[in-house]
Design a protein. Sequence first.
Length: 306
Amino acid sequence: MTGGDGGDTAPVLRPGQYLDSIGPGETRYYAADFDAVSTVGFAATAVPQPGAAVDRFDVLRTRIVAAGGPNAGGPNAGGPDCERDDERFRQAEGADPLTSAVARIPSEEGNRRCDEAGRYLLTVERESKKGSDAARWPLEMVYGTEVPLADGVVPAQSAPEIGEAGRDAALPTATPREVRGGTGFNYAARIAPGVWKDRGLPSQTLWYRIPAGWGQQVRYDVEFANEPTAGRGTRTYSYGSTELFSCSPRPASRSVPGAVSTARTRRTTGAPRWPGRARCRSRGPTGTRAAPPSARCTPEVTSTSR
């Protein structure tokens, strides 16, 4: 799929997965026809070369725009910008996959401008600071709709509280089992409750899929080990971070990366099925990797669902 350079050249999407690419400072336009009752979701994941130069404030932005609106690039300005999501790298140690997602959820009253049935525009925008990677990045996109419950069907009671799966909940203890993380959402390795062990190269992102049923919450710890060590006064940065995605895929929680040699993250949340990812980074004082390409960090994933 090749996105348009404005609303009048936007190709029409049907529910499904799509591939495109995007360059620095570029906006890609896609069109979709919404009804007045369904929930609509659109997510875009940029996949730059691992470790490519980025700025912490580089942005991948998605929008849902009413056709003819001020951000639509069409001749009839005046429609609303329905939803917008800005995602940033939040670090300058090297590129990794970046996901931005938006959703149109009709209001109960059905009287908002973006509740109306009709044609809407879905846009993906990339903002890059000076010195950031200038290559085009592949885009992996998913567009989907969810129809409302049938008449007479009562939805399950919401239970947003953390409950027993809080930060102090006991996690499994066992000998770690080997697993090989996938290369993206579609290839995420499925892991069950237990202790798992994997290996990752600097600037590599590994993906895992964790099943969780309705009423369950996911609790996990990730430990990064085998990092290179440095003496006092050496300016060497290294960190590991994790993110947890719902099936949107939209970030449900994320750890905040820091300048550490060993990172331990804990997040608790809940949804039907969760792809997650663990990343490791190593950078030296001049921007080169502190560890050679053959060096590996070892993420140990401990997960449970309640």
